[in-house]
Write a protein that binds this ligand. Structure first.
Ligand SMILES: Nc1ncnc2c1ncn2[C@@H]1O[C@H](COP(=O)(O)OP(=O)(O)OP(=O)(O)O)[C@@H](O)[C@H]1O
Ligand SMILES: [Mg+2]
Length: 243
């Protein structure tokens, strides 16, 4: 059974068909890249999977359960979590407090050694140990992104969807975040990653989905996607590069 299955979903906003009959499956442990020009429907796809919006038609299954009409808070408790294109921590809470809030969000209760150990583990893994007592509003951009990932992990995520995690980061910050993503993947987390910095994404993943004007126009390895004529055309005239 796939971890996630999206079956023929469509979504319109007024007259605009943002997602058109999209279907795909995600196996447990996969890291899948999602690319496509601006306005292709990538964030909308994440909004549909994570319950922010519901599809007009089609259905979505997570661990075999129909989740099509579920709300984001229910899905977080089931292990399906997304991050946002713009990071959204609680700015006046410390790094550590932000992670603690996420424990509650995932349905975990504070207290006990297991919980304390988990907090230490997440701080360590995400490289946030030295920042633990800092207010999140004072964090550099690269560490804010790490905090966003730390919060998602703290909810007990099994499927983590990252919307443009590298946006606005310097090259060295991208490298650090890529390393963190690879670590999470090695530990068995399943990831879906939307990205415009296609070069970095293609280094991380074995499988890429390409969206264009709401449709899934291509699915394949990074090499196959790079060479695909339709994909090159979809990107033609865009700032983003496929190469
Ligand atoms: N809540 C909404 N109401 C109306 N239109 C929307 C809404 N959300 C998205 N859209 C429209 O749906 C289309 C797809 O948008 P979406 O944000 O999914 O694209 P994207 O692929 O994430 O683009 P980008 O790379 O710029 O982030 C766009 O035309 C957008 O304007
Ligand atoms: Mg987007």
């Amino acid at each position: 059974m796939p971890l996630l299955e999206v079956r023929n979903i469509s979504k319109s906003f007024g007259g605009l068909r943002a997602i058109k009959d999209v279907s795909f499956k995600v196996e447990k442990g996969e890291l899948i890249g999602i690319i496509g020009p601006n306005g292709a429907g990538k964030s909308t796809l994440f909004n549909l999977i994570s319950g922010v919006y519901h599809p007009d038609t089609g259905s979505i299954f997570f661990k075999g359960e129909d989740i099509t009409k579920m709300e984001p808070y229910e899905l977080v408790r089931k292990g399906l979590v997304r991050s946002w294109q713009i990071v959204r921590p609680f700015r006046n809470l410390t790094v550590e407090e932000n992670i603690q809030v996420a424990f509650y969000g995932g349905g975990f209760i504070e207290g006990g050694s297991e919980y304390k150990q988990r907090l230490e583990e997440i701080l360590q893994m995400t490289g946030l140990l030295t920042y633990r007592k800092q207010l999140s509003k004072n964090l550099p951009q690269g560490y804010l992104k790490r905090l966003e990932v730390a919060r998602a992990v703290a909810t007990g995520a099994e499927l983590l969807m990252l919307d443009e995690p590298f946006a606005g980061l310097r090259a060295d910050e991208i490298k650090g975040l890529m390393h963190l993503i690879a670590t999470l993947h090695n530990r068995g987390l399943t990831l879906l990653i939307i990205e415009h910095v296609v070069r970095s994404l293609l280094e991380l993943t074995r499988r890429v989905l390409v969206l264009h004007e709401g449709r899934l126009i291509k699915e394949g390895t990074p090499e196959e996607v790079r060479r695909d004529k339709m994909v090159i055309e979809a990107y033609f005239g865009e700032e983003s590069e496929v190469a």
